[in-house]
Design a protein around this ligand. Structure first.
Ligand SMILES: Cc1cc2nc3c(=O)[nH]c(=O)nc-3n(C[C@H](O)[C@H](O)[C@H](O)COP(=O)(O)O)c2cc1C
Length: 204
């Protein structure tokens, strides 16, 4: 069975490049996989739930790629079911490049990166834009209480394929919360040592 991502991404010009650079045989394995790789499982769901951002590529009406960042609290990109993702799209610079592109061509690709653990996941899909007057319940489900952003619409993504990437060339980076979690035992030890020093220095 071919991997769904290979069916999408291995276009004739990509296959020609694989032939030219000698990786056609290695990549042929993706056409003989056990699973298509288009149903999000436990590993993908857990990974997505931890992400606080991703990059989203869309296609303009005349074929230019367009990539933009989407961010929010961890888990703002929701797995609604194994074939569906959704997120609340916030008001931004009001150029509406991504949503305008999606209105003409619903295809998108996401890349989600876990810098600290050097993992990344690519997802291909087709997007549907949902406004509050169309499905208030869905928008309520995507809402992020306490997060300061105005939700303009929901973006619902029918997952067409996904593929995990290797960790190469991902420089580990840490969010403030991750740094605090890593540093907290040292901070605590420092506090205890300072208290002990103060005790030792105290007269009597
Ligand atoms: C007031 C304001 C100004 C912004 N200016 C820019 C900008 O100049 N360039 C940019 O890439 N994003 C800018 N942003 C962030 C984008 O609006 C935001 O990432 C939005 O989701 C982009 O939508 P798009 O995917 O349609 O480009 C701005 C946001 C706000 C609220």
């Amino acid at each position: 069975m071919p991997r769904a991502f290979a069916e999408i991404a291995f276009t004739p010009s990509v296959v020609a490049a694989q032939e030219r650079y000698g990786s056609r045989r290695a990549n042929h394995g993706f056409t003989l996989a056990a699973e298509a790789g288009n149903r999000l499982g436990a590993a993908e769901s857990a990974f997505i739930a931890e992400r606080d951002s991703f990059y989203q590529a869309t296609v303009s009406q005349d074929g230019w790629p367009y990539v933009q960042h989407r961010g929010g609290p961890p888990g703002f990109l929701r797995v609604l079911d194994p074939g569906t993702l959704a997120y609340a799209d916030f008001r931004g610079n009001r150029q509406y490049l991504s949503v305008g592109n999606l209105n003409a061509d619903d295809r998108l690709t996401l890349i989600l990166v876990d810098y600290a653990n050097q993992r990344r996941l690519k997802i291909w899909g087709r997007a549907r834009l949902v406004h509050a007057d169309q499905d208030a319940a869905l928008l309520a489900r995507l809402a992020l209480p306490g997060y300061s952003a105005r939700v303009e619409r929901g973006v619902v993504i029918a997952v067409a394929a996904f593929d995990w990437n290797c960790p190469q060339h991902i420089t580990p980076r840490y969010t403030l919360a991750e740094v605090e979690a890593l540093a907290s035992p040292l901070v605590e030890e420092n506090r205890r040592l300072k208290a002990r020093l103060a005790d030792l220095a105290a007269p009597g």
